[in-house]
Design a protein around this ligand. Structure first.
Ligand code: COA
Length: 390
């Protein structure tokens, strides 16, 4: 059965900083951030957005009335969960008005969660071909002000409708995956910023890519020449290139040029948003599809997902005949155009503004946030969500 991505959209908060200005404020050569790391702008999430609202805002942009009637499974991948018990998917289900005969769950495995969601969705659609599954990847990446990971922060969400006979990308049945218990990046439940062994995580990312790539080739007899393009989980945009370069000696010069050219286009959105953890690979896919005019139906795209700790997976998708019409390119270009740059001082202020954790009630000013769905406050330990369009 042909199962895959029928719709794909993303959302990122309305404020961002310029990486050259961040470098200057931190006394670092700007080329380290823009060339060495490969980031140009970084989304800054206001206190009125969290993983739930980012995901709901992303989904709002792509779902129509029929989707709301047919979606019977909401799968939310995140590592920025707001509750240890109740899943973020249940809030999104309500905020969007999805019909009630549905399953709603949250999945956690660092940046791999949304990929796990897609694979679970595929199984569900194979059993129930009329269903549609909403898969969300939503996160706020926080390492801390002046930390070594600060340059790789960001915020945003990707929403995908997985269905039979998808209009955008048909997902291949062959897939190669790997789990290994390592401590390259983690966030204990008592901390709101992540811990990371940066160099080790880079090494492990590449090792996981090479392992799953080898497994995939032995499962399928495919080679590098079978791929028009490859998209990667992008904690920062240099990372995927470092991994892809490792297999370049398996291809011709033409293969290397083709993959490099497509890769540049697959990183445009990520360069300007930063790391969005679970949504990162799929933001890169959107960037490729919406910026690369040379892609054609039938092209095969390799997808590498990596979630520290760690789980990795290499799988593929094939572009469908109507893929261009099914994209939300104009919406996404507007989203970027309407963002507002903030100073480094303002970013530091926004970063330090967090919801109380001691039971204090708080009302937030949601009029200063142009997003349709916002966190309006906290009352008796419950976050108050508002969908302004209702
Ligand atoms: N001009 C151009 N490039 C420069 C430069 C300059 N002036 N100064 C440094 N660079 C390059 C370095 O050569 C290096 O490139 P390379 O990786 O190709 O060798 C790159 O910039 C980064 O420099 P480095 O000294 O390694 O940076 P760092 O010690 O500050 O660490 C990270 C960078 C990415 C490891 C760190 O930000 C981090 O830990 N981020 C989180 C990692 C993560 O997201 N992990 C999850 C895995 S998915």
């Amino acid at each position: 059965m042909n199962i895959g991505i029928d719709k794909i959209g993303f959302y990122t908060p309305h404020t961002f900083i310029d990486m050259v200005k961040l470098a200057e404020a931190r006394g670092v050569d700007p080329a380290k951030y823009t060339i060495g790391i490969g980031q140009e702008q970084m989304a800054v999430s206001p206190v009125t957005q969290d993983a739930v609202t980012l995901a709901a805002n992303a989904a709002l942009r792509i779902l129509d009335k029929e989707d709301l009637k047919k979606i019977d499974f909401v799968i939310f991948g995140t590592e920025s969960g707001i509750d240890s018990s109740k899943s973020a998917a249940v809030y999104v289900h309500d905020l969007l008005g999805i019909q009630s005969s549905a399953r709603s769950i949250e999945i956690k495995q660092a940046c791999y969660g949304a990929t796990a969601g897609i694979q679970l969705a595929k199984g569900h659609i194979a059993l129930h071909p009329e269903s549609r599954v909403l898969v969300l990847g939503s996160d706020i990446s926080r390492y801390g002000l002046r930390s070594s990971g600060e340059v790789t922060q960001g915020a945003g969400a990707v929403a995908m409708v997985i269905s039979a006979n998808p209009r955008i990308l048909s997902l291949g049945d062959q897939s190669a995956y790997l789990t290994n218990d390592i401590m390259d990046f983690w966030r204990p439940t008592y901390s709101d910023t992540a811990y990371v062994d940066g160099k080790f995580s880079n090494e492990q990312y590449i090792a996981f890519f090479l392992n799953t790539w080898e497994q995939f080739k032995s499962q399928t007899d495919m080679t590098i020449a079978d791929f028009e393009a490859m998209c990667f989980h992008l904690p920062y945009t240099k990372m995927g290139m470092k991994a892809m370069r490792e297999i370049f000696d398996e291809g011709t010069e033409e293969d290397q040029k083709r993959l490099t050219d497509h890769y540049q286009l697959s990183t445009i959105y990520n360069k300007n948003v930063g790391n969005i953890y679970t949504g990162s690979l799929y933001l890169s896919l959107i960037s490729l599809l919406e910026n690369d005019t040379s892609l054609k139906a039938g092209n095969r795209i390799g997808l590498f997902s990596y979630g520290s700790g760690a789980v990795g997976e290499f799988f593929t998708g094939t572009l469908q005949p109507e893929f261009r019409e099914a994209l939300a390119e104009a919406e996404h270009k507007n989203l970027f155009a309407e963002r507002e740059e903030v100073s480094i001082e303002k970013y530091e202020e926004i970063f330090s503004e967090v919801l109380p954790v001691d039971g204090t009630n708080l009302q937030l000013d949601i009029e200063s946030d142009p997003a349709t769905i916002c966190v309006a406050g906290i009352e008796e330990h419950k976050r108050l969500y508002v969908n302004k369009s209702r």
